[in-house]
Design a protein around this ligand. Structure first.
Ligand code: AP5
Length: 219
């Protein structure tokens, strides 16, 4: 089963994707994580992506589409992908359809994380990440046991460069202008499911799981 998580920054896509992909044995493909990895390695793709990411803009389609196609063909045998933050516009959605078609597959369900902008901004301003293991915390909602320290590996937590208030506002604007149209695209295909992402992590998780279980039974 192939699943897409669609929604604005701060909606909780990454938090849910990490748990659900593990529980259901799916390949978690986060374009944000893949791009940040490329930036950290200083690869040619990373150097190009950095300029856009720092400004809160979408990285050019060809770069993102290639990264995803490589991952999908490498891990194609797993037969089950969870796309987190991809696609982000119509061109990317069509490219994903083509990539999956080559594997005789398709997008089965798209969860649209509906969250209010006020909550999204509040969540992002409180987000802390572990630079070593990637664990995700929030000083207000999901705090580490010891302030500023990762529960899993004991490293000092850091904040994402693009979580500064001005960049977050830009990312939300880009989402409204370039990504929100995908809601209609997937609704017309009958695969869209709306999730109330204003809820707690546990409640949102329950909602998604319920839908995935019923879809699996229906297959
Ligand atoms: P990316 O890393 O994908 O960022 P994003 O989509 O803006 O999403 P976020 O990670 O900010 O939010 P999220 O919804 O995953 O929320 P999270 O679970 O982390 O992309 C970064 C950049 O890369 C883009 O701006 C762009 O430049 C580039 N890029 C990526 N993909 C691209 C593409 N396809 N095309 C072109 N460019 C691309 O949660 C946020 C915080 O809230 C955390 O602290 C978390 O602990 C907390 N939290 C989560 N859920 C809850 C809850 N229910 N209640 C309380 N707190 C919660």
């Amino acid at each position: 089963m192939n699943v897409v998580f669609l929604g604005p920054p701060g909606a909780g896509k990454g938090t849910q994707a990490e748990v659900i992909s593990k529980e259901r044995g799916m390949e978690h493909i986060s374009t944000g994580d893949l791009l940040r990895g490329a930036v950290e390695r200083g690869s040619p793709r990373g150097r190009k992506a950095k300029e856009y990411m720092e400004k809160g803009l979408l990285v050019p389609d060809e770069l993102v589409v290639d990264i995803v196609a490589e991952r999908v063909s490498r891990d194609g045998s797993s037969g089950s992908f969870l796309f987190d933050g991809f696609p982000r516009n119509l061109a990317q959605a069509k490219a994903l359809d083509e990539t999956l078609k080559r594997l005789k597959d398709r997008v089965d369900v798209v969860f649209y994380f509906a969250v209010s902008e006020e909550i999204a901004v509040r969540r992002l301003s409180g987000r802390w990440m572990c630079p070593a293991c990637g664990a995700n915390y929030n000083e207000r909602y999901i705090p580490p046991k010891e302030e500023g320290i990762c529960d899993r590996c004991g490293k000092v937590l850091t904040q994402r460069q693009d979580d500064k208030v001005e960049t977050v506002k830009k990312r939300l604007k880009v989402y409204r202008e370039q990504t929100a149209d995908l809601i209609d695209y997937y609704e017309e295909r009958g695969v869209l499911r709306r999730v109330d992402a204003d809820l707690s992590v546990e409640e949102t998780h329950k909602e998604i799981n319920k839908t995935l279980t019923s879809l699996r039974k229906a297959r």
